[in-house]
Design a protein. Sequence first.
Length: 245
Amino acid sequence: MSMNDPKSPSPAPRENGFSTGLYRLLAWLSPGFPIGSFSFSHGLEAAATSGAVRDRDSLQLWINGILASGAGRMDADILRDAHRASAAGDVGALTDANRRGIAFRATAETRLETTAQGEAFLATCRAAWPNTLLDCWSEGIKERGEAVCYAAAVGAATAQADIPLDCALLGHLLALASNLVSAGLRLGIIGQTDGQRILAALEPVIAAAVSGALTRDRTSFGSATFAVELASMAHETQYTRLFRS
């Protein structure tokens, strides 16, 4: 199914030095945007409990792996495909990207992580920034009883706001890394300054992840972070916990 959307707002890139796209990107990927990201640790809580992640170096390595070879890599590819489909007005291709982004989750908790945030993101975005294509896609999802992949929702929305794909990828991956750093802070693994040191050290990692997503063939889709997946499985039955994943 393909759809052109002349009625949806198409913001001018700049007016008097103000970038509407940048404004929306910062708003949508802000910790204050109500998707509940603070409640997920992507298996980090179980890794901290076992001692696998215990300090700044091990936390940085953990996040590095997720960005380069785990959910960060998969989400970058899904966001890319969803962004391109949305920009072309192709709701069918957008739906395919969304389904792929959900099907490849290795555990129940990582599936919950992407679908809970995805549904919240899409609902909030549509409520505050109405858009015909997003409404059409959302209605189709509801009719079929399907879920929403967070990366697909971000890709679709950023394309409709004329946000360049590389900027959307950068923002999404930085938000993922920042949320994991925040989880590390709340778990007592690191302090605030070490959290910023980790983000500084991950700058080239995220840059490489963006570049990889822009050039990688779709057949190279997947992940290889077995330690993260095992930690996620262990977290499902952990007796006491702060996070949902």
